[in-house]
Design a protein around this ligand. Structure first.
Ligand SMILES: [Zn+2]
Length: 192
């Protein structure tokens, strides 16, 4: 997911404790949520345009670009995951609000509230590549563990990876690189 604007970070305070069983339950609920949202939007999405595919093919696998469905949700908002009230009650603040995001990716389906800029699209495609390599279950687990251990959206390693590769793309679009290789190197280094 990509933020519309940068949220103000909260003061550091001790993170609430969750047992391994509670974490496992939340990760499983996260996986179910992603799969449900993906099925909801899959059939309504459009392919990337030929122009987008040709500009982005210097960075992404062509099978990934061809598998992507883009959906602009204009009169509704993506609901927050069902475990948000539980996390809030435990003391987690600053849960990323899905209604305020520029776009959200559910595996190979990108949902946005207005046409994606190329920068937002690049960010979401990095998430699609992360999903491709990790699978939905592992992606959900690493995303949620990343949030819980840092207590915020900005510290989630899957986001740090997407923002840093996105910044590299925006800085010099002619300097091509492989997002597949970058993501697999983060996985190898256990950086997620
Ligand atoms: Zn993101």
């Amino acid at each position: 997911m990509a933020q519309s604007q940068h949220a103000t970070s909260s003061f550091h305070k001790p993170l609430p404790y969750l047992s391994p069983g509670q974490i496992k339950e939340i990760c499983e609920a996260g996986e179910t949520y992603i799969s449900e949202q993906r099925s909801r939007f899959l059939g309504r999405g459009a392919n990337l345009s030929r122009g987008q595919i040709s500009r982005l093919s210097a960075f992404f696998r062509s099978d990934l670009l061809n598998s992507i469905r883009l959906f602009v949700l204009e009169d509704d908002r993506v609901p927050n995951p069902p475990f948000y009230p539980t996390l809030r009650a435990m003391g987690f603040a600053s849960l990323p609000d899905f209604a305020l995001m520029a776009a959200v990716t559910f595996k190979d389906v990108i949902v946005s509230y207005e046409a994606c800029s190329e920068g937002v699209l690049f960010h979401e495609l990095v998430h699609a590549e992360q999903y491709r390599q990790l699978g939905v279950g592992r992606f959900a687990e690493l995303y949620i563990r990343g949030f819980l251990s840092g207590g915020g959206y900005d510290g989630i390693p899957l986001e740090v990876n997407a923002y840093s590769l996105g910044a590299r793309f925006e800085d010099r679009r002619e300097a091509h690189f492989s997002v597949e290789a970058e993501v697999s190197s983060w996985i190898r280094r256990r950086a997620f």
